[in-house]
Write a protein that binds this ligand. Structure first.
Ligand SMILES: Cc1ncc(COP(=O)(O)O)c(C=O)c1O
Length: 341
């Protein structure tokens, strides 16, 4: 039985697994000084069409926390959406690793910040008693399964830069957003004004690991030491980096993300036809959020389905992954229809 609780429930995709196994041959230098890590970093530079700095961390919380810490002094603040994972689901990691930089949540429809919302937070105060705004962080795709368009990112980034702020992107589901929008990775990041991207690998189908991509290379100064101190420097780095090669080599990353998005679309279309269910947000990536009567939620759980009801703005969250099968979506929908009577 496949589950819809998280895209983290899925295993390793075949392309990543093959690259992982290939990297297991023989000895290789440790701590990132190996050919695999070099090749993947070069592939990421080619993918983004720019000479960016690339680092690898074990998970998204560390990638976000350390990236934000590299942009902030302890007296700075980070403007984020009120549903942002960095604020709601990282156990204070960004504040901890930045020695206290404060997160300033802002509201926005469909999980997205707007220039107006950012301006309101930034302009709220400029006195010495207020933590000085230094970063705007955007989640792409958002915590509620929507995506920022290029012009939306550019408008926020223009405002941020004009106000002396940097732009960080939590791209735990960056692949799903790129697949949904059909844009180039460069267009939706540095060309739109993103300074640092945490490019999610785990949800894409890797065994573990995220890439931290600094488009503004001046910001990555000492980042390697930051990673080491935080316990995020893998000694056998090739096993963190090599799976990326399998993903990037023939576009598997986009293929799998597009598949996950298509499965979410299939689920959303099915849900829309069930009167007892109400979709809560536009379904633009690989997540579907629905309001369901409690009896339906209990009924699904009693039949063994796993999904979350504590994420984002509430409702039941169904995530699709690179390996979600149409039959699994249809089986979930069949149970939903039956339970709804
Ligand atoms: C939006 C977002 N950012 C980051 C992460 C990464 O978190 P983790 O530390 O669990 O890898 C997640 C995982 O659920 C997420 O949904």
């Amino acid at each position: 039985m496949q589950h819809f609780a998280s895209d983290n429930y899925a295993g390793i995709c075949p392309e990543a697994l093959a690259a992982l196994i290939a990297a297991n041959a023989g000895h290789a230098p440790a701590y990132g000084d190996d050919d695999w890590t070099r090749r993947v970093s070069d592939r990421l530079r080619a993918l983004f069409d720019t000479d960016c700095d690339v680092y690898f961390a074990f998970n998204g919380t560390a990638a976000n926390s350390l990236a934000l810490a590299s942009l902030c002094q302890s007296y700075h603040s980070v403007v984020c959406h009120e549903l942002a994972h960095v604020d709601t689901d990282e156990c204070g990691g960004p504040e901890f690793f930045s020695n206290g930089s404060k997160l300033l949540p802002a509201k926005g429809e469909h999980g997205k910040l707007t220039p107006e919302a950012v301006r309101e937070v930034v302009a709220r105060r400029s006195d010495i008693h207020y933590p000085k705004p230094r970063v705007v962080t955007l989640t792409q795709a958002t915590e509620v399964g929507t995506v920022y368009r290029v012009d939306e990112i550019a408008a926020i980034a223009d405002l941020a830069h004009a106000s002396g702020l940097r732009v960080h992107m939590d791209g735990a589901r960056f692949a799903n957003a790129v697949a949904a929008l059909g844009v180039s990775p460069a267009e939706i990041t540095w060309r739109a004004g993103v300074d640092v991207l945490c490019f999610g690998g785990t949800k894409m189908g890797l065994p573990v690991g995220e890439a931290v991509v600094f488009f503004d290379r001046a910001l990555s100064e000492d980042f390697a030491w930051r990673c080491k101190q935080a316990g995020q420097l893998a000694s056998k780095m090739r096993f963190l980096s090599a799976p990326w090669l399998g993903m990037l080599e023939d576009g598997a990353w986009l293929r799998h993300a597009a598949h996950a998005n298509a499965m979410a679309r299939r689920l959303a279309d099915g849900l829309a036809a069930i009167p007892a269910a109400r979709l809560l947000f536009p379904v633009e990536a690989n997540g579907v959020f629905a309001e369901l009567p409690p009896a339906l939620i209990d009924g699904l759980r009693a039949r063994g389905w796993r999904f979350y009801t504590f994420i984002g703005a509430g409702g039941a969250r169904f995530m699709c992954a690179w390996d979600t099968q149409p039959d699994s979506v249809d089986a979930l929908l069949a149970d939903l229809r039956e339970l709804a009577g």
